[in-house]
Design a protein around this ligand. Structure first.
Ligand code: DI6
Ligand code: FE
Length: 399
């Protein structure tokens, strides 16, 4: 079998099932950036490879996928963190004009180059832990120039590193000061002007919104989703993070790829997600950092067969986190996910949450050859440790 490169003498966690899809003595072959063989070395076809890489018994997983980030932004909110340490709540800070709006001010003021320069270290931190695909949202502009600037910056970040970037238009993240008393008019502006322009410039792969007391109402989200459908973009939703507005059920009704956060999700929302095939993206970094105590209903999600993804939610206010390994540890420790669920959460189910299940997320023939090679003795180590990065090498599209 002709191919460009093979990795051999490896232990594979293909994540293609059953379980982790473990192959103890495995080989992966790649041609034109795609996997052409992944399985036992014994009985593999005869390869004519230009390069053979001896993995010396290391473990290989799919490249990790961070399916929910706001990593493009300017400035920092360390001062708000200090206020919260003194007792202020996230919602109080937001209602006092801080929070998302303070990042909006910094992001509007930054040039595109500054925005890229400030965001690149965050992307590099993800890459350093084996990430080969990251989603990046807009949502700190709320005006045409800044929303476009954020999305262009995200795309440019993807071009400047060996990583796949998927962009999401999150114009409905907060109500900008220009529309403080008239959020419905902002939604009209978003649907009539912002979103069509983002689509015309080809800058978004999906549309997201924040359904919350300090964000947008379900009926406003409905308008955003309807417009997204008209423009041909898939949707997802920040739902049930601080309260239960039944956003997950709304998202499921609109065929959303994922509903995210979900600490306050109820049984009806779970049933709707299960029926629609909507992924539950859990964000333990935000749960931890806001000192949330209301747990997402993991056992009920599991029982209903809802696929669970895990992501950093990298953002300056509620999750200044750039470690997918720590996300897995938190998923297990805080949310009681199993090792297998944590690993699926940053691979196969994260791919599903991005609508990329045919392309990435497992090590299977036909998929992009995106791999992470680890210095570990067993896969549980990826979930178990806090702060040690055992990545040996990362492969993106076969290189
Ligand atoms: N929920 C969150 O946790 C982030 N956005 C959202 O809708 C917070 C974003 C920020 O505070 O900057
Ligand atoms: Fe978020």
């Amino acid at each position: 079998m002709p191919c460009d490169r093979i990795w051999t003498n490896a232990r594979l966690a293909t994540m293609a099932g059953p379980g982790l899809g473990v192959v103890e003595r495995g080989t992966i072959a790649c041609r034109d950036g795609r996997i052409v063989y992944a399985g036992p070395t014994d009985g593999a076809p005869a390869f004519e490879a230009r390069e053979i890489i001896d993995c010396e018994g290391r473990w290989i997983t799919p490249g990790l996928i961070d399916c929910h980030t706001h990593l493009v932004y300017a400035g920092t909110r360390a001062h708000e963190f200090e206020l919260r340490l003194q007792g202020a709540s996230y919602e109080e800070i937001a209602r006092a004009g801080g929070g998302i709006i303070s990042t909006m001010t910094a992001t509007r003021a930054a040039s595109e180059g500054e925005l890229i320069a400030q965001s690149l270290p965050r992307l590099d931190a993800l890459i350093a832990e084996g990430v080969t695909t990251a989603e990046i949202k807009s949502g700190y502009g709320f005006e045409l120039d800044t929303e476009l600037k954020m999305l262009r910056a995200a795309r440019q970040l993807g071009r400047s590193r060996d990583v796949t970037v998927r962009t999401t238009f999150l114009g409905a993240h907060a109500i900008p000061p220009e529309y403080a008393d008239n959020s419905d008019s902002y939604i009209t502006f978003l649907c009539d002007d912002l979103m069509p322009r983002v689509v015309a410039d080809g800058l978004a792969d999906a549309v997201d919104a924040f359904c919350e007391g300090i964000g947008f109402t379900p009926s406003q989200v409905e308008r955003v989703f309807t417009r997204a459908h008209d423009l041909g973009l898939p949707v997802k939703l920040h739902a049930e993070q601080l309260s239960n507005l039944h956003g997950a059920a709304l998202a499921a009704r609109h065929g959303a790829m994922s509903a995210d956060h979900l600490e306050h999700l109820d049984d009806a929302g779970i049933a709707a997600m299960a029926a629609a095939g909507t992924v539950a993206t859990l964000l333990p970094g935000a749960f931890y950092f806001t000192r949330e105590v209301h747990l997402p209903p993991v056992a009920a999600l599991r029982a209903a067969g809802v696929p669970i993804a895990l992501a950093t939610d990298c953002n300056p206010g509620t999750s200044p986190l750039t470690s997918p390994l720590l996300v897995m540890n938190m998923g297990a420790t805080l949310f009681r996910l199993t090792v297998e669920e944590c690993l699926l959460g940053v691979t196969r189910n994260a791919a599903l949450a991005l609508g990329l299940a045919d392309e990435i997320g497992t090590i299977e023939p036909g998929k992009s050859c995106d791999l992470a090679i680890w210095n570990i003795e067993q896969p549980a180590e990826l979930v178990y440790r806090m702060g040690l990065n055992p990545l040996h090498a990362r492969v993106w599209r076969g290189k």
